[in-house]
Design a binder for this molecule. Structure first.
Ligand SMILES: [Zn+2]
Length: 502
């Protein structure tokens, strides 16, 4: 039975957020623990199940995942990497490994080190210099030459929100099987398209992404194309690799890889002016006014996104500027139902709420981590609910009611992606007039409740106004910060098993 080594590292690291993401933020499985967390919605499960169903023996090393946040701790990353390498060497000693098939994010960044993926792959290639090595990637991968040089091919998600993670894992597994069973020696070509774009302008159900993603699917129908990708990058990390990348992997066909990569890069560039917000979007003051007006017009709930401080885009989740605006507004107190606000990453306040349900407390909410964007807000109010160890990341949750707002406080840095969080705290969002979430575009789950969605352009380390971010490492020129001409033909890098680098 052929043996395939696997590992999974998933983190989207926001370099503008001062929090260092550490061990407590990660859900980590070592070795065979991976088999107990398989599901039908993530890429590592797609990789493992497909290869097992095809009769391969899977050798799992480490699977680690955390909610997007600031850069990952160097100490933690080096420990995880060492664990992967030690397990890889031990497995190889036991019986020969035949291939590697991984599930990586592509925008995981480590304090003092930089990109995680290229670093890990380079080390794995020292142990397995010639074996087929493939990986699935997140669509928001920040692709680098190092990633390109040390792998045989990648396939990224084609849907944002990411509803095709499992299928992408299946696709990566099939590329691995093709290399093992048909002796395919992949050749890939990539083009850096100097472009920065926020996820809120690039949902794949909207244009121009719909057209672009369909072009990838059409390209993959060509004989010899193993995968065609738009890797969109991650604008809230200042990195020398920040950009969109087009990556085409073919079966040993350099000229096809090159021509498809150039064609898809030109197609992307031709749509550069078409990216825009598809949610109603306003300044924070205007967004709040429009929301109050929408309540009068109905139907409700009206959802408001506090988009500049979105923990699922790696922001700290503790910026208070939008909360202050809401509390100050007289219209807040005149609503029939308190505004529901999900929420604030505030471990200290959560601890204070523990065992205090029903009691009146004074809390200093927010700004414990991102002290540059806002200051904490003193609020006197009642603890309405407390839940220990909620969800996958086992965050304690408190619901705190003050000044016409009910605020969810979390002990872990988690996203406000699921309305069930509100329900579990005894607050049904469907019964509220206004629900605020620290999110950009709404998740599919929140959308099922929202009757209208408004995005507020607020401050924080996921600020949607990319021009306001303090980039120093991103290579210029880059669109839309600069105006320039782009020649994709001059930007192609080829890589095959026999041929490395540009
Ligand atoms: Zn993503």
């Amino acid at each position: 039975m052929k043996r395939i080594l696997t590992a999974s590292l998933h983190h989207e690291s926001n370099s503008f957020n001062p929090i260092i993401t550490g061990r407590d933020d990660f859900s980590i499985q070592y070795g065979s623990e991976l088999f107990s967390v398989l599901n039908d919605s993530d890429s590592i499960s797609g990789v493992v199940k497909t290869l097992q169903d095809a009769g391969y023996e899977l050798v799992p090393t480490v699977c680690a995942r955390a909610v997007p946040n600031g850069l990952v701790s160097k100490e933690l990353y080096l420990e995880l990497k060492e664990e992967i390498l030690v397990r890889a060497r031990a497995a190889q000693k036991e019986a020969a490994i035949d291939a590697l098939c991984l599930s990586l994010h592509g925008s995981m960044r480590i304090e003092e080190i930089g990109e995680a993926e290229g670093d890990l792959l380079e080390s794995l290639r020292e142990i397995f210099p010639t074996l087929p090595l493939f990986s699935s990637l997140d669509m928001h991968t920040t692709y680098s030459q190092r990633m390109h040089d040390f792998s045989d091919g990648y396939v990224g998600y084609k849907c944002a929100p990411h509803t095709d993670c499992f299928e992408t894992g299946v696709h990566a597994a099939r590329m691995t099987i093709a290399a093992l069973e048909q002796g395919v020696k992949p050749v890939s070509a990539w083009v850096r398209v100097p472009f920065l774009v926020a996820g809120e302008k690039s949902e794949t159900s909207t244009e121009p992404m719909k057209t672009l993603m369909n072009a990838l699917r059409e390209s993959e129908k060509h004989d010899g194309v193993m995968a065609a990708n738009y890797l969109m990058g991650f604008p809230w990390a200042d990195s020398p690799d920040s950009s969109v990348a087009v990556l085409v992997v073919t079966e040993e066909d350099e000229s096809l890889a090159r021509s498809e990569a150039v064609r898809l890069a030109n197609l992307f560039w031709s749509h550069r002016g078409d990216f825009q917000f598809h949610t109603e979007t306003y300044s924070q003051e205007e967004a709040l006014n429009v929301a109050f007006q929408a309540v009068n017009e109905g139907p409700t709930p009206v959802y408001l996104s506090d988009s500049g401080d979105n923990p699922t885009a790696g922001s700290s989740g503790d910026c208070t500027n939008f909360l202050k605006l809401i509390v100050k507004d007289k219209k807040t107190g005149s609503l029939e139902q308190p505004i529901l606000y999900g929420g604030f990453f505030d471990p200290e306040s959560v601890t204070k709420c523990s065992d205090k349900v029903g009691e009146i407390l004074e809390l200093e909410i927010g700004a414990a981590f991102d002290i540059m964007t806002s200051s904490s807000l003193k609020m006197i109010g009642r603890v309405k609910a407390f839940l220990p160890a909620w969800g996958v990341y086992k965050s304690d949750l408190a619901l705190f009611s003050s000044g016409g707002v009910e605020i969810v406080l979390t002990s872990k840095h988690i996203g406000f992606v699921d309305p069930q969080m509100f329900r579990d705290l005894g607050a049904d969002p469907a019964q509220r007039q206004i629900v605020v979430c620290k999110l950009g575009y709404l998740t599919a789950m929140q959308k099922t409740v929202a009757r209208r969605s408004i995005m507020a352009l607020t401050e924080g380390s996921s600020n949607e106004d990319l021009g306001s971010l303090n980039y120093s490492l991103i290579p210029r020129p880059i669109y839309p910060l600069d105006n320039f001409d782009f020649e994709s033909e001059n930007m192609v890098c080829i890589h095959g098993r026999q041929r490395r680098g540009c």
